[in-house]
Write a protein that binds this ligand. Structure first.
Ligand SMILES: C[S@@+](CC[C@H](N)C(=O)[O-])C[C@H]1O[C@@H](n2cnc3c(N)ncnc32)[C@H](O)[C@@H]1O
Length: 254
């Protein structure tokens, strides 16, 4: 049976600009947002192509927003996420050195309480093709809450770190081929050791997770695996097909 939240169907990916789509979501109804927005490196990173089959330069039109529109773009979705979050809800927002400073500042201005950020450290990152920069092996995940009583599942944190609370760093390899069987996507986040931990640390079974930038659907897949509901938005129909194909293969393993 279909589950509804106001007029919106749960566990469905809507083909819509997320800022517009989120207007359908009632205020204070979402427990966790995991946002993996455009880092805006589509153009700047495109002058050199990756030279091996494991690493790919991102050249996507959605990842090339004019600089004078980039702040407004981010401000709009960050504000809308704040509106739909329940008191105590969390926004986890991904970024790199290209966008993370903008997102952090906008989150703070919007009213989020900023908590320690996470770092994803990759053991096999793409090399610096030009040799004029160090090899970038990290991405950052900002964590902001809408007031107090946020979810942080300490018991789960201890269960993945030999009985001790975790540090704010996840060390893994890049997203493995076994998670890409349904098709290639240029910036698919990893499930194992990364997105699974985020969902289990920052939400409870039955919570609704909002995924404003669906891409290949990693965060939706993990929500479904662990007994959470999701709402997601994506502008590109071909990615919705990919994400739905991934979702079709998943059963609740919680
Ligand atoms: C970084 S990717 C997300 C990847 C995702 N975490 C995964 O593991 O597959 C960002 C996605 O957001 C989509 N996108 C960009 N702007 C959007 C917008 N305004 N509303 C909804 N989706 C958008 C892009 O088409 C792209 O698929």
């Amino acid at each position: 049976m279909k589950k509804l939240l106001g007029q919106i169907e749960l566990n469905r990916i809507y083909q819509r600009n997320c800022t517009e789509g989120m207007k359908m979501i009632p205020g204070e109804s979402i427990s966790l947002v995991i946002a993996d927005p455009p880092y805006n490196i589509g153009k700047k990173g495109s002058f050199i192509e990756a030279k091996d089959k494991h690493h790919h330069t991102i050249r996507e039109d959605w990842d090339n927003i004019p600089l004078n529109e980039f702040e407004k773009f981010n401000n709009d979705w960050i504000n809308e996420c704040f509106r739909v979050l329940k008191p105590g809800g969390s926004l986890l927002a991904w970024g790199s050195h290209h966008n993370i400073h903008i997102i952090a500042q906008l989150m703070e201005q919007t009213g989020y309480d900023m908590k320690p950020f996470y770092i994803w450290e990759k053991s096999n990152p793409a090399p610096s093709w030009s040799g004029r920069l160090p090899t970038t092996s990290t991405e950052y995940l900002l964590w902001g809450t809408k007031g107090k009583n946020w979810t942080y599942n300490l018991d789960y944190a201890k269960s993945i770190n030999n009985g001790k609370n975790i540090k704010n760093v996840f060390k893994t390899s890049l997203t493995p081929p076994k998670e890409k069987k349904k098709g290639r996507f240029p910036c698919q986040k990893r499930i194992e050791g990364l997105t699974d931990h985020l969902v289990k640390l920052h939400s409870l079974k039955g919570d609704i997770i909002l995924v404003p930038f669906c891409g290949s659907g990693t965060e939706c897949v993990v929500a479904k695996m662990y007994g959470r509901d999701f709402i997601s938005f994506e502008t590109k129909p071909e990615y919705i097909v990919l994400a739905n194909n991934r979702l079709d293969d998943i059963c609740d393993v919680s």
